[in-house]
Design a protein around this ligand. Structure first.
Ligand SMILES: Nc1ncnc2c1ncn2[C@@H]1O[C@H](COP(=O)(O)OP(=O)(O)OP(=O)(O)O)[C@@H](O)[C@H]1O
Ligand SMILES: [Mg+2]
Length: 506
């Protein structure tokens, strides 16, 4: 069994120590005999495959999961939290993997959530706006406290949620994948905030699948695998290949390494255009977008958060009605007045927010067969066949756990994302539009997705991948267009391109 921590940093006291922690869900072990130490004033990175147990361990610390085996001490005193409120009162705050801000409230209300300043029993709005503005400014976040939360970029919302946890007085701040929706400048801003939090002696847990980020910001990095803590090590002494090898074993280093160099893009023989986009525009979101998407190619659309690519994706799937321009499939103009019309026209869509597409209280296999049922009707599909098909896809994508009867809600974040993709494998469409297809996935899962999309492409499918992650488009696309402020500003095809060149173009 691994020792409490190999990265013993001298005499810095343990702020939080867990020993022999195990946790199962319905008899299936999610954590096995885990020891974990968090020191005062450190940033502690947590990495591991989808389903490795990272969120589960942190939810125990944050009082979300209250039933578990093992012991936990805070500043040397035994603790067992009964609720998240309980943990917060002890100084532990967590920003969860899925945003939990209230989009219809103002920024200030979100910062003060549940504890607005009052005067004579009524909310003191002036004090609240002023307090929120000052607090955010102290973290370098310049934003109007009266703005509606939902009107801000996801990246800003994440920063504000972090501000709320810091504001609550937390001495231990847990961030579960805080950078997945941040643009590079926002990541830098977050890191500055984290460094200043660390300087004040508070401790931070940083969970991410972006190993570069983890190694750049962490003092210690801990690797989880299959519910166990494999090793904890000083981040300065290790590199990415070392981490990947311990996370999932050998064989995946290559893909990760390749992003730093040049990726050679294909110059495909000009296959027929399946989806033609001409002069598409939608108010302030994007304008004058023209694209040809060909059979047997993956077109990547890259840009920073807020560049309009999410809206463009929606327009391609009939979710957002464009104000100008046309769409044609196989040369015939189509009007996608809603998503059902898009599906009939042969366009399938995997959105960046899986929440809107998945049924959390249904088993995994039902979530996968829905795409088929829409076409051929439930009567035609035997339940046994339904499960068998689902099982095949679960295996192809290494979905964990592989039992397709599991309710979707009990899958880890990355595994839910795989289900969102798997639905379309049963009955491939003509055009597959994917928005952030690998968000939240571990390195191995990303490899699986790359392989599956290549296979679909080779079978003649036209694929569009829209992403704010340069790695995602570089690993998937045959051709890449770059979007900036709602317009296409560049295209890379038949040449070598690197992450740096993509970032520059955006
Ligand atoms: N509420 C739940 N009910 C049942 N099983 C659960 C629940 N939460 C997590 N699990 C299971 O526990 C295991 C660990 O999941 P966890 O969410 O901790 O993974 P993770 O390391 O955070 O993965 P990811 O990187 O995908 O977010 C998984 O097998 C998951 O399916
Ligand atoms: Mg998780």
């Amino acid at each position: 069994m691994p020792q409490a921590s190999e990265a013993v940093s001298g005499d810095v006291p343990a702020r939080l120590a867990m020993s022999g922690v195990s946790k199962s869900f319905g008899g299936v072990a999610a954590l096995r005999d885990v020891d974990f130490t968090l020191r005062a004033g450190e940033i502690h990175g947590l990495v591991g495959e989808n389903g490795a147990g990272k969120s589960t361990l942190m939810k125990i610390i944050a009082g979300v999961h209250t039933r578990y085996q093992g012991r936990m001490t805070l500043d040397g005193h035994p603790v067992h939290f009964r609720s998240a409120r309980d943990a917060l009162a002890a100084g532990i705050g967590m920003v969860h993997q899925e945003l939990s801000v209230v989009p219809d409230l103002t920024v200030a209300e979100n910062v003060y959530l549940g504890k607005q300043p009052t005067r004579g029993g009524i909310v003191d709005w002036r004090a609240m706006f002023e307090g929120a503005r000052e607090h955010l400014a102290s973290l370098g976040i310049e934003v109007d406290p009266r703005a509606r939360m939902g009107s801000l970029t996801i990246g800003l919302q994440q920063l504000i949620e972090l501000a709320r946890v810091l504001f609550s007085g937390a001495r231990i701040v847990i961030l579960d994948e805080p950078t997945s929706a941040l643009s590079p400048p926002e990541v830098q801003r977050l890191f500055e905030v984290l460094r200043s939090v660390r300087a004040s002696g508070r401790s931070i847990v940083f969970i991410s699948h972006f190993l570069d980020d983890v190694l750049a910001i962490s003092d210690t990095v801990t690797i989880f695998r299959n519910g166990r803590r494999i090793v904890s090590e000083a981040a300065a002494g290790v590199d990415k290949a070392w981490v990947i090898e311990r996370m999932i074993g050998r064989g995946h280093e290559e893909l990760e390494e390749s992003y730093t160099g040049n990726i050679a893009l294909d110059s495909k023989p000009r296959a027929p255009v399946v989806l033609a986009v001409r002069g598409l525009g939608a108010g302030r979101a994007f304008a004058d977008v023209s694209l040809d998407i060909r059979a047997g190619e993956v077109l990547g659309v890259y840009g920073f958060m807020g560049c309009g690519l999410i809206e463009l994706a929606r327009a391609l799937f009939g979710k957002l009605r464009p104000k100008a321009g046309t769409l044609a499939i196989d040369g015939k103009t189509v009007r996608l007045s809603n998503t059902a019309a898009a599906r009939r026209a042969g366009i399938a869509f995997v959105p960046e927010s899986r929440r809107s597409m998945l049924f959390y209280r249904e088993p995994v296999y039902k979530n996968m067969s829905i795409a088929v049922l829409g076409r051929i009707g439930r009567l035609w599909l035997q339940p046994s066949a339904e499960r068998a098909i689902a099982r095949r896809h679960a295996e192809a994508l290494s979905i964990r756990p592989p039992t397709v009867e599991t309710l979707l809600q009990s899958l880890s974040g990355g595994n839910q994302q795989k289900v969102a993709l798997a639905k379309w494998l049963t009955w491939p469409p003509r055009v597959l539009v994917l928005s952030e297809p690998t968000r939240g996935m571990d390195v191995g899962a990303k490899d699986d997705v790359v392989a599956i999309l290549r296979r679909l492409r080779d079978e003649g499918l036209a694929v569009v991948v829209l992403s704010t992650e340069p790695e995602t488009v570089l690993s998937l696309a045959d051709r890449i267009v770059v979007m900036k402020k709602g317009r296409i500003v560049g295209e890379f095809a038949g040449e070598a391109v690197s992450k740096d060149r993509l970032l520059e173009a955006a």
